[in-house]
Design a protein around this ligand. Structure first.
Ligand SMILES: NC(=O)c1ccc[n+]([C@@H]2O[C@H](COP(=O)([O-])OP(=O)(O)OC[C@H]3O[C@@H](n4cnc5c(N)ncnc54)[C@H](O)[C@@H]3O)[C@@H](O)[C@H]2O)c1
Ligand SMILES: O=C(O)C(=O)C[C@]1(C(=O)O)C=C[C@@H](O)C=C1
Length: 363
């Protein structure tokens, strides 16, 4: 009999995890989602084999359970599951962006099932199972926060289940995880949203503001298009770290204000230089802090057929595109084409091929 995997929450992450597991294991993949539309789509895309008729029954027969719902919903589900029966030897994990509260809650089930907190650290501002992809976590860090009592065999079994994600596994404590992700993911998310609000209020003064908001502004605020529910829950779970980071941010902004008020030319230069130096030292092309999609931006001249020239070059070289979008960053003329690829290798090849045909592109 095939082993059974239960994915609770069939969205971007649950769907991508299911695809990763399927890649390496021949299993019966069962899904459960409160949203019927997502559930139906997961079945029709072949991401899961079937819909769980009841959560209680599905839990009872699963060898692996993956909780992939917003973090507050994970806590509620863990509470509900205290009354459930689990299959002997079953492992339960989650994919939530915060770890401390979920892992603490899971200890209340420790006599029923082995729980290992998990966080695949790549994603997107897109939600829903239709955005799921098998490559989503390739080369990304996948953090586990096992309790100190966890048997090493359980960790090995879980890593084996998830090896199809092609992620790099890492272990740390839940509190260490929340401190780090607070700084590199959760806090930047607050800043992205606040920048958007800032521009929105500027627009009341001049409607040209949003028309001109392009390039850098779009880059730095992409993540503000993410699911508000997911981010509300993350902020509430990681409140202590985020309050500390907000205090530090106030001090940072005060420092910038002083540099500007005193017209400190060297200080301002140094401020940007140090940021540039640090950013350039970040590990390149690793997912996580860097975008999860392999995008290439191509300058296209304003002549008929320019887009089909680009797609034709890629088709001749047998390079598949996963998405194509025209970014109208310049008024009245066609500006930049954003091409998305499945892998770093495809993107590199596309850049090379387009270069041979004098199309300038950048990452
Ligand atoms: N999106 C990212 O970039 C990203 C990356 C890593 C981890 N995560 C974490 O993964 C989790 C899921 O995020 P996502 O991006 O896949 O969100 P999503 O919105 O794409 O999917 C979440 C799914 O959970 C379902 N759901 C909500 N409550 C439920 C419940 N009580 N029972 C069953 N299903 C329920 C929703 O209907 C939805 O289909 C979150 O905890 C998030 O913090 C997200
Ligand atoms: O690329 C994005 O859109 C993301 O926001 C992904 C991102 C991140 O902050 O890096 C967001 C939250 C997850 O917990 C992990 C990854």
């Amino acid at each position: 009999m095939k082993r059974e995997v239960l994915i609770i929450g069939l969205g971007l992450i649950g769907g991508s995890i299911a695809l990763g597991i399927r890649k390496e294991h021949d299993v019966r993949m069962v899904g459960f989602d409160i949203n019927d539309e997502q559930m139906r789509m997961a079945v029709s895309l072949g991401i899961v084999d079937e819909k769980a008729t009841s959560l209680r029954e599905a839990v009872q027969s699963a060898d692996l359970i993956v909780l992939s719902v917003p973090v507050a919903a994970s806590e509620r589900l863990l509470d509900e599951m205290k009354a459930f029966t689990f299959k002997p030897g079953a492992i339960m994990t989650d994919v939530g962006s915060t770890k401390q509260q979920i892992c603490e809650k899971a200890t209340e089930l420790s006599d029923k099932v082995v729980f290992v907190g998990g966080h695949p650290m790549a994603g997107s501002h897109k939600s829903g199972v239709s955005a799921a992809k098998v490559h989503l976590f390739e080369n990304a860090f996948y953090v586990f926060t096992p309790s100190s009592e966890l048997a090493p065999e359980v960790m090995s079994t879980l890593k084996d289940w998830l090896k199809g994600t092609r992620a790099t596994f890492l272990e740390m404590t839940a509190s260490e995880h929340d401190e780090i992700t607070g700084a590199i993911s959760h806090f930047p998310h607050i800043i992205a949203a606040s920048l958007v609000h800032h521009v929105e209020s500027e627009e009341n003064r001049d409607t040209n503001v949003t028309r001109l908001a392009a390039g850098g502004f779009r880059d730095i605020t992409r993540i503000a298009s993410s699911s508000p529910e997911m981010w509300r829950d993350i902020l509430l779970h990681n409140q202590p770290s985020l309050l500390r980071l907000l205090d530090e941010w106030d001090r940072e902004m005060q420092h910038v204000r002083t540099l500007l008020e005193t017209k400190d030319r060297d200080g301002i230069f140094d401020y940007f230089q140090r940021a540039k130096d640090f950013r350039e030292k970040l590990p390149e092309r690793k997912k996580g802090a860097i975008p999860a999609f392999y995008d290439l931006f191509v300058d296209v001249p304003d002549h008929p057929g320019a887009i089909s020239d680009v797609t034709g070059i890629l088709a001749d070289a047998k390079i598949s595109l996963t998405n194509i979008r025209i970014l109208e960053t310049r008024e009245d003329i066609m500006g930049v084409l954003r091409l998305s690829f499945r892998s770093e290798e495809d993107r590199e090849q596309a850049k090379e091929q387009l270069g041979y045909h004098t199309f300038e592109s950048y990452i």
